[in-house]
Design a binder for this molecule. Structure first.
Ligand SMILES: [Zn+2]
Length: 100
């Protein structure tokens, strides 16, 4: 009985961890949600905006050996930017995914 309980709890925790990782990956892509302003079911339009993480990495690379403009990479690469999910109809920011 105890081993059955342990295996069930292990599989449950494994599936929860997998779901959290997947949502972390998919949050950069358009999401289906309901807009609070226009009250419609919409597919969000993600906008990549420079946030604290991009600026922090820029300064970090500059201080620790960034040369020939390498420190500018975090300001232009999408992987370093925050993602603002906007409503395509009313341009309201629905939610923000911050990197930092
Ligand atoms: Zn809207």
């Amino acid at each position: 009985m105890t081993s059955l309980f342990l295996s069930l709890s292990f599989s449950l925790s494994l599936s929860v961890d997998t779901a959290m990782v997947l949502s972390h990956i998919l949050i950069d892509f358009p999401q289906q949600t309901t807009c609070q302003r226009c009250n419609q079911q919409v597919l969000t339009s993600p906008q990549h905006v420079r946030g604290c993480y991009a600026w922090f990495m820029c300064v970090f690379i500059f201080i620790f050996g960034g040369f020939l403009g390498c420190f500018l990479i975090p300001l232009y690469a999408k992987g370093f930017r925050d993602v603002h999910h906007m409503c395509p109809s009313c341009q309201e920011v629905l939610f923000v995914r911050k990197r930092f």
